[in-house]
Write a protein that binds this ligand. Structure first.
Ligand code: SF4
Ligand code: SF4
Length: 451
């Protein structure tokens, strides 16, 4: 029998699983960055002083993997200027001062869809991206199924939500199972040429029995939908791990995901995509789990995208001085510098750690225990990556790093979590991947110059 790729049993801390998401009061201002997706920044099409309404297009996508941005409140555009991001780079953001009316734009109408192309265009117009954290535009992911080199027979609906604390996908499944069903029917209807015989596997961890029950009921007469229960381990939601655990197929580095015969889509992305196709309301709000040791009343909140994090924390309150604020999960999320930053499309959680739990222990020398390798879900020689980063010769360093498999790293942080020497292995992997990217670009440039 096939054995699951298992990695780590981390404390689940799903404190908010039973909490129905509460819609927050309209914030006084939203800040909408142009980089809420994986590709090029979107391009603003409004000016300071313009009055905008909810759902109105305010920035167009720029290039294939970009995504449009829509107004999430009604009100006046007060500023279009660069803001710093957690990565240290800057991106332009549109600020809208809310008039409190949440007036919906006249452009919000269910799109007319007649075939696969108009379907994909509608998904593109919705501004939908991978809401689990990947931020890859949903239409671009679906579009890959059209590649004649691929034969997609399985659509994996990623409902694992394996990171501790986060329950926003869980609540989406409990609150809106019909939208998930609608999303599957849209894919079957308009992508029938490419996904006609596909099996839809809703991959969900066993620690969500109430959602499993609802989904089983919702799909009881649909033989093309399987509720695939997975062990509650981290990082079950990483696409390579899910592919193996749900289909037995192994994702080989350097190949596009659909080449393994599967598409993967986050469950909330699928539901919100269906909502747009049903109503024409693009992605303007989302469920955010607010939790962590310093949060007084952990909650699930529904907030307009662009709401400042401080607005959410005013609602939940704090019971301790914050030491670190993370957007996303504690394993894979991003620590932010200011609670005045906005939530963006992929912000599934805001976690606040107190000063004690935020302090990182000091790193010491590697003791060659092998735990990092043992727990890496994709079998990377993590301790070797750590050593190879000290090689001075760039060619040798690149060759040796490639041999460790670091390019396949899914950024899950299991290695850092288990390391008894507290080595910052995730950061080291990031540095290694950065080095390899720059090295490859330099080699390409050299080859160009030699022609
Ligand atoms: S090397 Fe990457 S994939 Fe492996 S455990 Fe570390 S972060 Fe996860
Ligand atoms: S877990 Fe830490 S100490 Fe053990 S081999 Fe890996 S880097 Fe070294």
């Amino acid at each position: 029998m096939k054995k699951d790729i298992s990695s780590l049993h981390v404390p689940h801390n799903k404190n908010t699983a039973a909490y129905v998401p509460q819609r927050i009061e309209t914030p006084a201002e939203v800040i909408l960055p142009m980089n809420m997706h994986s590709g090029h920044d979107a391009e603003p099409i409004v000016s300071v002083g313009d009055y905008v309404k909810v759902g109105q297009l305010i920035a167009r996508e720029e290039g294939r993997f970009s995504s449009p941005v829509h107004a999430t409140v009604s009100g006046t555009v007060t500023d279009i200027a660069p803001i710093p991001t957690a990565s240290g780079k800057e991106t332009v953001a549109i600020r809208i001062e809310s008039d409190g009316k949440m007036e919906v734009s006249e452009t919000v109408k269910a799109p007319v869809i007649t075939d696969c192309d108009s379907f994909l265009q509608a998904v593109r117009d919705s501004g939908m991206v991978g809401l689990g954290g990947a931020a890859f535009p949903t239409w671009a992911k679906l579009n890959e199924a059209k590649n004649p080199d691929y034969k997609v027979d399985t659509v994996l609906i990623n409902a694992a939500e394996c990171e501790p604390y986060i329950t926003s996908d869980h609540r989406m499944m409990l609150e809106h199972p019909q939208l998930i069903a609608d999303g599957i029917e849209y894919l079957r209807k308009y992508m029938s040429e490419y996904l006609g015989d596909a099996i839809y596997k809703i991959c969900i961890e066993k620690n969500k029995p109430d959602a499993i029950e609802i989904l089983k009921k919702t799909f009881e007469n649909k033989d093309y939908v399987v509720i695939h229960e997975l062990n509650a381990i981290y990082p079950q939601g990483a696409k390579q791990v899910m592919l193996y655990n749900a289909t037995g197929r192994v994702a080989v580095a350097g190949r596009r995901f659909p080449s393994f015969g599967a598409l993967i889509i986050n469950v909330s992305s699928l539901a919100k995509m269906a909502e747009y196709l049903n109503t024409g309301m693009p992605l303007v709000e989302r469920i955010v789990t607010v939790d962590g040791p310093a949060v007084d009343k952990p909650m699930n909140l529904i907030a307009p995208i662009g709401t400042r994090i401080s607005e959410l924390l005013k609602i939940t309150g704090l019971k301790a001085e914050p030491g670190k604020v993370v957007v996303g999960g504690p394993m894979n999320g991003t620590a932010i510098c200011s609670v005045e930053d906005p939530i963006v499309k992929v912000s599934n959680a805001v976690l606040v750690f107190d000063e004690k739990s935020a302090v990182l222990p000091e790193a010491s020398a590697c003791i060659n225990c092998g735990r990092c390798i043992e727990h890496c879900p994709v079998g990377i020689s993590v301790a070797d990556v750590d050593r190879m980063m000290n090689i001075k010769d760039a060619d040798k360093k690149a060759r040796m790093l490639i041999e460790t498999g670091v390019r396949q790293c899914v950024d899950c942080a299991c290695c850092s979590y288990v390391c008894p020497a507290n080595r910052p292995l995730l950061q080291i992997n990031w540095d290694a991947k950065d080095f390899l990217k720059k090295y490859a670009a330099e080699q390409k440039e050299k080859e160009g110059g030699n022609k």
